[in-house]
Design a protein around this ligand. Structure first.
Ligand code: GLU
Length: 425
C-alpha cells in the first residue's frame, strides 16, 4: 500500500532533486544538448552512503547515516560543503552536489561539484559528540577526500570548527598535514580571511548588481531576509552598510518586522547572547515565518534552506527582486509564477557563489603556502561575481529566458565542452 508522503514530496517539483532536474532539462532543451552528455550529467559520478556509529556522552552508541555525492569532476577536483541537519536526505545531497557543479562552472573556478551530509541534529549534540561524528565521517571518506580529488567545506550546521577536525583526522591518517584537503578552516589552520562572511558578501554584490539593472540603488531599498545564519546575517549587515533598509529578518524562532529598519549589528549581537536565536527579539514586531514572504518590500532574500518559495506563496510576493542566498529556495513549481509577475530572480548558483569562490582562494593559498590580504580577497571575489552576473544577465536577455535558466545554460555548455575536449570514453 502506498505510504503517505511528507509535504516536501507531494509535488514532485518541490523535491530539490526534481526541481534541479526540471531546470536542467529546460536549459538542456534550449541549447539542444547532446543526448549522451545529457545522460552523463544527469547522474552523479559517485554516490557514497556510510553508516557512522559513535559513542554518545552517556555511554550509549548511536549510528548516523552520512553521504557524499560527487556529481561531476570533469572541470577539476569536486568541491562542496558538508551539511549537518536532521532533514538531510540522499535526494537533497544529490541536488546540492549538482548545484555545486553548475555554481563552480558559472563563476569560472576549476572545480567539479560535490556535497556531503550527515542526518543528525547538531543542536542536540555536545561538542564532543559532534567531534566524534566528524572524525568518523572523515575516516569513512578517507579515500574520497583529497586536495586534488574532492575538497569539502562548511555548509548548514558546520563551520570552521568541524573543518579543523576534518583536516586533523585526514592529517593523522596520512602522517602529514595537508591544508588544501578542506576549506573554510579557522584562520590559524590555513583558513582564509573573509571566508566566513564570503557567501553573505557575494549575496550583497549580486543584490547591488541586480538593483543596478532595475535602475534602483541600495539607498533606502527595503529588504526582507529569511534566515539569519551565516549567510543571511552577513548579507544583511553588508547591505545595511550600503544604505539598505533591512525591515525583516527571521530564523527558526519566527520572523521579526520593523518598517523603520532593523539595527543589524544589534540583532547579530542579540543572537550571540541568546544561544544563537532571535527568540524574543524586541526591536521588531513578531510576525509568522510565512508572512515575511508577502511583505511590501523591494528585495526578498531567502537565505536559509530549500523550497521556501513554492506555488503556494509565490503569488503573494511583492518584492521586485529575489536574491537566492540559500541553495534551492525556490521550487521549480514557483518559477513560472514569479517570472509572470515580472520579478527578477538572481538564482542560487550565482547569488551564493561567493562562498565557494573564497574557498577556491583558500585552496590556492594552501597549495602555495602564502596568505593573501583581506583587501585582495574582497577585490578578486567581488570582480568574479560581478563578471559572472554580467554574463548570466546578458545571456538571459539574448535568449529571452530567466536568469536561472541562463545560468544553467552557461554552466551546462561549459561542462559539456570540457567533456568534448577531454576526449572519448
Ligand atoms: N557550502 C557552500 C555552498 O553551498 C560552500 C561550498 C564550498 O566552499 O566548497 O556553496
Amino acid at each position: 500500500m502506498p505510504q503517505a508522503q511528507s509535504p516536501a514530496v507531494v509535488n514532485p517539483l518541490d523535491n530539490p532533486f526534481e526541481s534541479m532536474m526540471y531546470r536542467f532539462d529546460e536549459a538542456s532543451k534550449c541549447i539542444e544538448l547532446n543526448e549522451a552528455i545529457y545522460n552523463l550529467l544527469k547522474n552523479p559520478v559517485k554516490q557514497i552512503i556510510v553508516s557512522l556509529p559513535i559513542s554518545l556522552d552517556d555511554g550509549s552508541i548511536k549510528t548516523f547515516e552520512g553521504y557524499r555525492i560527487i556529481h561531476s569532476n570533469v572541470l577539476g577536483p569536486s568541491k562542496g560543503g558538508i551539511r549537518y541537519d536532521i532533514n538531510v536526505s540522499l535526494d537533497e545531497v544529490k541536488a546540492l552536489a549538482a548545484w555545486m557543479t553548475w555554481k563552480c562552472a558559472i563563476v569560472d573556478i576549476p572545480y567539479g561539484g560535490a556535497k556531503g551530509g550527515i542526518k543528525c541534529n547538531p543542536k542536540n549534540m555536545s561538542a564532543n559528540e559532534i567531534e566524534r561524528l566528524t572524525r568518523a565521517y572523515t575516516l569513512a571518506m578517507m579515500d574520497i577526500f583529497g586536495p586534488n580529488k574532492d575538497i569539502p567545506a562548511p555548509d548548514m550546521g558546520t563551520g570552521p570548527r568541524e573543518m579543523a577536525w576534518l583536516m586533523d583526522e585526514y592529517a593523522k591518517a596520512h602522517g602529514s598535514t595537508e591544508y588544501a584537503v578542506v576549506t573554510g578552516k579557522p584562520i590559524l589552520l590555513g583558513g582564509c580571511l573573509g571566508r566566513v562572511e564570503a557567501t553573505g558578501r557575494g549575496v550583497m554584490i549580486a543584490t547591488l548588481a541586480a538593483l543596478d539593472q532595475l535602475k534602483m540603488n541600495s539607498y533606502n531599498t527595503t529588504i526582507a531576509i529569511q534566515g539569519f545564519g551565516n549567510v543571511g546575517s552577513h548579507a544583511a549587515h553588508l547591505l545595511m552598510e550600503r544604505g539598505g533598509k533591512i525591515v525583516a529578518i527571521s530564523d527558526i524562532s519566527g520572523a521579526y518586522y520593523n518598517p523603520q529598519g532593523i539595527d543589524i549589528p544589534a540583532a547579530m549581537q542579540y543572537v550571540k547572547n541568546n544561544h544563537g536565536s532571535l527568540d524574543n527579539f524586541a526591536q521588531a514586531e513578531k510576525i509568522t515565518a510565512e508572512a515575511l514572504f508577502s511583505l511590501p518590500v523591494d528585495v526578498l532574500i531567502p537565505a536559509a534552506t530549500e523550497n521556501v518559495i513554492t506555488k503556494h506563496n509565490a503569488n503573494k510576493i511583492q518584492a521586485k527582486l529575489i536574491v537566492e542566498g540559500a541553495n534551492g529556495p525556490t521550487s521549480a513549481s514557483a518559477d513560472k509564477i514569479i517570472h509572470e509577475k515580472g520579478i527578477l530572480v538572481v538564482p542560487d548558483i550565482l547569488a551564493n557563489a561567493g562562498g565557494v569562490i573564497v574557498s577556491y582562494f583558500e585552496w590556492i593559498q594552501n597549495k602555495v603556502g602564502y596568505s593573501w590580504t583581506l583587501e585582495r580577497i574582497k577585490r578578486r571575489s567581488d570582480r568574479m561575481l560581478k563578471d559572472a552576473f554580467a554574463m548570466v544577465y546578458k545571456t538571459a536577455q539574448q535568449k529571452k529566458v530567466s536568469m536561472r535558466i541562463a545560468a544553467y545554460i552557461l554552466a551546462i555548455e561549459k561542462v559539456a565542452k570540457t567533456y568534448q575536449y577531454r576526449g572519448k570514453f
